[in-house]
Design a protein around this ligand. Sequence first.
Ligand code: ATP
Length: 244
Amino acid sequence: MSENIIEVKGLTKKYGDFTAVNSINFNIKRGEILTLLGPNGAGKTTTIKMITGLLKISSGKIFLNGKDTTDTPDEIKKISGYMSQKFSLYPLLTPLENVEFFAGISGLKSKEIKEKKSELKKIVPENLLKIKVESLPPGVKQKIALFSALLSKPDILFLDEPTSGVDPEVRRDFWFEIYELKATGKTILVSTHNLDEVEFSDRVIILHRGEIILSGEPEKLLKEYNTNSFEGIFKEVIAENEKA
Ligand code: ATP
């Protein structure tokens, strides 16, 4: 089996004359935590949605385990879990109803759905289980969204800004869970605009204006730029790209 679970070549998304993602090339290695870092509007969501088949690509190619799946996006969908802090849960349903719904569309049998609902009761306080998701604190929503993304037992998890809007302590707990998932063999792509999350990743790709402007292993990049924080690197590469 190839080292890369997913490979994208020349991936592009255009909206009319505007290019949201401009011919990017990268791969996702089996078992790694890969972070897509970029400011608002950089193209992170668009990239994730194209790979997961939620958005039609304008041009380029997507490979799964070395096989061209550009015209068969369901092949990646089948092995993926998708979570977005903003959109992945139904706000007007309760946590239990959300899990029931996502378990149903993931093809779980009624016995398994019952088991999953019991598991949820262990991670969400009882008094919050029957209120609408829209009224829950962000950290609880995040837990339920991740739980739902895992219902289909995906090989690869796409987490689109999963830590936006949650406080630092909740973010730390969330990253702890990500590590545990990696330890079970899952591959994880996570997008963020939080610079302090880069150090948790195996590799980082910085996106800006729809283009990859830097990528590599966090420790190596820090050495290369002779610094101990990502802030300086980030500012430098963005400023350079803005001049170009
Ligand atoms: P954010 O954190 O703000 O979601 P992002 O890096 O995920 O940022 P995208 O949501 O991928 O960025 O958006 C990339 C660019 O594409 C932005 O300039 C955005 O305004 C634009 N864009 C996204 N969806 C559409 C659309 N349906 N029509 C036109 N432009 C769009």
